[in-house]
Design a protein around this ligand. Structure first.
Ligand code: PEP
Ligand code: MN
Length: 342
C-alpha cells in the first residue's frame, strides 16, 4: 500500500501517517519527492485495511499495489530510479553506460588489455568474472580471489569501476570488497539467500534475468533485494532458453519496454549472452539501444579465439570500438547518449 500525501501536507502530517503505520504493525517507508511525499507500507502480504490512514490530515489518496511485487513497481515510485555504481557512472538517466570486458578474468595481461580496450572505445565500466557459473564442472571455474585482485589492478590502471559476479553468500562479501556493482547471474536469479545477502550488503547489484524466468519472476527477485533495504538494483535482459538452436538464447528485447512500464528500476541489455554469436552482438546491441535500454553489458576479449569462456560471443577490441560508434548514432536518434568519451 502506498499513501500519497497532498502537496500541502506538513512534516507532522507525514510523521502521523508513519506512526499510524507502525502502530498497525507494519513498517513505514517515507519517500520524499519533488512535488509531494509518498509513504509506502511494507511488511504485509495481503490487502491492508486503510480506514485508519485514508482520513488522516494531509493524506491525498491511498493506492493499493495490486502486483505481487511492490517496492520495485512504478505504482510505488513513479520516477525512474537512477543507480550510480561509481562517480559519473549512472544507469536510469539519459546517458547509456556500457560495461565491457571479458567473460572471465584469465590473467593480468588479459584483464589489463581488456580494460584499456574497453576504456579507449568509451566503455565506462569493466566486467569480468572471477567466480564463473559454468554448465560443466570440468570447465574453467574462474580465478577466484586472485581474479578479484586482478580486477582491482585493472581498475587502478584505467579508473574503470568493476562489475563482477558473486555466486554464493560468503563469496558475495568477498566480491563486495572489490566490486563497484555485484553481478548476480542468470542461474542465481532465484537464489533467495543470495538475493537477501546482497540486499543486506547494500552495494549496487546487476540482477540478470534467469534463462527461463518470467518478467514477474525477475521483478520478484529484485523485490527481495529492495525488501532488505538496498534500492540500488539494475535489471538485465540476457536472453531466454528457446527451442531454436540458431542462437544461444532468444534475446527478449520486449522485456525492456515491459520493465519500464512495470518498474522504476533501470534495465540493461546483454547482447553477448543474448545471442551467443559475435556477429549478432552489434545488431542486437543497436536494437537494445533503440528499444530504450538503460545500459549495455558486452563481452570484449583481446584475443577471443583464446578465451577460456564465451570466446564465440566476445568482440575483439576493434569490433568493440566499431560497435560503440554505431551505438552512438542509434542513441542520438532516440534522444539518448552513450555515456563517456571515446
Ligand atoms: C556472464 O555474464 O558471463 C554470465 C555467466 O552471464 P549469465 O549469468 O547471464 O549466463
Ligand atoms: Mn560470459
Amino acid at each position: 500500500m502506498l499513501v500519497v500525501m497532498s502537496h500541502t501536507a506538513t512534516q507532522a502530517d507525514v510523521e502521523r501517517v508513519c506512526s499510524t503505520i507502525t502502530a498497525m504493525g507494519y513498517t513505514p517507508a517515507p519517500m520524499p519527492g519533488a512535488q509531494r511525499t509518498a509513504v509506502g507500507l511494507v511488511g504485509n502480504d495481503g490487502r491492508v485495511d486503510d480506514s485508519l490512514i485514508a482520513e488522516l490530515p494531509g493524506v491525498s489518496r491511498v493506492i493499493h499495489v495490486s502486483n505481487p511485487y511492490k517496492q520495485v513497481s512504478r505504482e510505488w515510485r513513479p520516477e525512474n530510479t537512477i543507480v550510480t555504481i561509481a562517480p559519473g557512472v549512472s544507469f536510469g538517466g539519459t546517458d547509456i553506460p556500457v560495461i565491457a570486458g571479458p567473460c572471465s578474468v584469465e590473467s593480468e595481461k588479459q584483464i589489463v588489455a581488456s580494460a584499456h580496450a574497453a576504456k579507449a572505445a568509451g566503455a565506462t565500466a569493466l566486467r569480468g568474472g572471477a567466480f564463473k557459473p559454468r554448465s560443466s564442472p570440468y570447465s574453467f571455474q574462474g580465478m577466484g580471489k586472485k581474479g578479484l585482485e586482478l580486477l582491482a589492478l585493472a581498475k587502478r590502471e584505467t579508473g574503470l569501476p568493476i562489475v563482477t559476479e558473486a555466486m554464493d553468500d560468503s563469496g558475495a562479501y568477498m566480491v563486495a570488497e572489490y566490486a563497484d556493482c555485484i553481478q548476480l547471474g542468470a542461474r542465481n536469479m532465484q537464489n533467495y539467500s543470495l538475493l537477501k545477502t546482497v540486499g543486506k550488503i547494500g552495494k549496487p547489484v546487476l540482477l540478470k534475468r534467469g534463462m527461463a524466468a518470467t518478467i514477474q519472476d525477475l521483478l520478484l527477485s529484485a523485490e527481495y533485494i529492495l525488501a532488505e533495504g538496498n534500492p540500488h538494483v539494475i535489471l538485465c535482459e540476457r536472453g531466454l532458453r528457446s527451442f531454436d538452436s540458431t542462437s544461444r538464447n532468444l534475446f527478449d528485447l520486449t522485456a525492456i519496454p515491459v520493465v519500464h512500464q512495470l518498474s522504476h528500476l533501470p534495465i540493461v541489455a546483454d547482447p553477448s549472452h543474448g545471442t551467443g554469436r559475435r556477429d549478432k552482438v552489434m545488431p542486437m546491441a543497436r536494437a537494445a539501444v533503440a528499444a530504450g535500454c538503460d545500459g549495455l553489458i558486452i563481452e570484449v576479449h583481446p584475443q577471443p579465439d583464446q578465451a577460456k569462456s564465451d570466446g564465440a560471443q566476445s568482440l575483439n577490441p576493434d569490433q568493440f570500438a566499431e560497435c560503440m560508434q554505431q551505438l552512438r548514432r542509434v542513441a542520438d536518434a532516440v534522444d539518448r547518449s552513450i555515456a563517456g568519451v571515446a
